[in-house]
Design a protein around this ligand. Structure first.
Ligand SMILES: *[C@@H]1O[C@H](CO)[C@@H](O)[C@H](O)[C@H]1NC(C)=O
Ligand SMILES: *[C@@H]1O[C@H](CO)[C@@H](O)[C@H](O)[C@H]1NC(C)=O
Ligand SMILES: *[C@@H]1O[C@H](CO)[C@@H](O)[C@H](O)[C@H]1NC(C)=O
Ligand SMILES: *[C@@H]1O[C@H](CO)[C@@H](O)[C@H](O)[C@H]1NC(C)=O
Length: 372
């Protein structure tokens, strides 16, 4: 009897100690847990149960006079006549920085070559590079006058000013190119499969679709509260547990009507939140526009190199050195022949399954893209 009792006590002691251990581990790691798991749980719950952003709208709405401080910068470079008198299918803004001269040259001679697009695809696409200023203001015009495709305002070109760059794009379109049927915004290390994109947009345009916003969608993303992170956002800046849905800033497209609505939203919103794609989501939520997923718009990742991918891809991220090679390979006339027909489809589905559906592998395009 006595022995038994002792055994029970011992067992209980072990239980209590284990519980304490677990609790202390949880408490030590709470910060970590809160940042990664709890914040996602909260954010998804909000996104899928409530999903109302009226309070966001209300608290970020400021008087027009104050909102103007986010947009009334001078143009250091501008091309006001870039679109005049032309039927522009797509106005494509490339977010770039003054020092990225090589990237701009690579884009101009590959997917962003307006002459090539006009000649081979028969549509007008305007590619415009958007920049902020470097600290010493007068250096800029020297190396860029001739190309006629740089627009620059006199805010400092920095990561934390990306939202100003976003606002600049919508304001520029509103005043210089309001008749463009679509607006796209992209990073300067993006690859755009221009022939695929143009035929897709022609199709959308022929159906006269409104409220169109397409890209890689982030749903129910929580604000990052870890001060070490590049994307840290304070409670003061954004107190809610989740962001409205938005598309990855690497590349997305909106229709002209959406661009105009976003322009109007920027006139009354506090744009101090410096993550530009999140701010885009906030603007869109105030005007009742939500994004749609397109399987072949990449977020952060780089697309696998393969003809079966090339026939479908819209954008792929992280191309700097290889941009000429990808452009040549992806637009080669033989690509379409190689993978056409019933057998070609079957072959490509198998290839894409193998390329996109690996577990524990960070993919550019979701696994489901294998079937489309
Ligand atoms: C753009 O394409 C045109 C026609 O295909 C070509 O003549 C021109 O050299 C290209 N421009 C650049 C910068 O590569
Ligand atoms: C943004 O640009 C403004 C105007 O040039 C500048 O005063 C400010 O310091 C910049 N902000 C950041 C975070 O770079
Ligand atoms: C905009 O929001 C910031 C916090 O992110 C705040 O400090 C600032 O006062 C707000 N601006 C206006 C005009 O309300
Ligand atoms: C956001 O606020 C503005 C101005 O207060 C209002 O006109 C608009 O209808 C609001 N939008 C939503 C979705 O509540």
């Amino acid at each position: 009897m006595f022995l038994n009792f002792r055994r029970v006590r011992k067992w209980q002691l072990v239980q209590v100690m284990t519980t304490c251990l677990v609790l202390s581990v949880v408490m030590v790691c709470w910060q970590q847990l809160d940042n990664s798991i709890v914040s996602h749980v909260k954010s998804y719950s909000y996104r899928y149960l409530i999903n109302s952003f009226t309070s966001v709208n209300e608290s970020l709405t400021i008087p027009r006079k104050q909102a103007r401080m986010f947009s009334n910068f001078h143009y250091l470079m501008d091309h006001p006549n870039k679109c005049v008198g032309e039927d522009v299918l797509l106005l494509l803004f490339v977010k770039t920085s003054p020092e990225n001269i090589e990237r701009r040259m690579a884009i101009r001679s590959t997917w962003g070559n307006e002459t090539y697009i006009q000649n081979t695809l028969g549509v007008t696409v305007k590619v415009v590079f958007v920049l902020g200023a470097v600290q010493t203001k007068e250096t800029e015009p020297l190396w860029s006058k001739s190309s006629g495709d740089l627009i620059q305002q006199d805010f400092l070109d920095s990561f934390h000013n990306l939202t100003l760059k976003l606002i600049m794009q919508f304001h520029w379109m509103h005043s210089r190119c309001p008749h463009a049927r679509f607006l796209m915004t992209a990073d300067d290390d993006i690859f755009v499969h221009m022939p695929n994109l143009v035929s897709y947009l022609q199709d959308v345009s022929s159906r006269d679709v409104k409220d169109f916003w397409v890209g890689r969608v982030h749903r129910g993303a929580p604000p990052i509260r870890d001060k070490e992170s590049k994307y840290y956002v304070s409670y003061e800046m954004y107190p809610w547990v989740t962001y409205p849905d938005y598309t990855a800033g690497a590349a997305y497209v909106v229709s002209g009507d959406v661009a105009e609505k976003i322009y109007h939203a920027t006139l009354t919103l506090n744009a101090s939140i410096y993550i530009d794609d999140v701010f885009m989501g906030i603007c869109a939520s105030t005007v009742g526009v939500s994004p749609q997923e397109h399987n072949y718009f990449s977020g952060e990742g780089k697309a696998p190199y393969h003809p079966c991918i090339y026939t479908k891809m819209m954008t792929s991220h992280g191309h700097i050195e290889d941009i000429h090679d990808v452009w040549k390979a992806a637009t080669h006339p033989q690509v379409k022949q190689q993978v056409s027909g019933f057998l070609g489809d079957l072959y490509c589905t198998a290839v894409k399954l193998a390329l996109l559906c690996k577990p524990y592998y960070f993919n550019t395009y979701p696994c489901i893209a294998a079937f489309s």
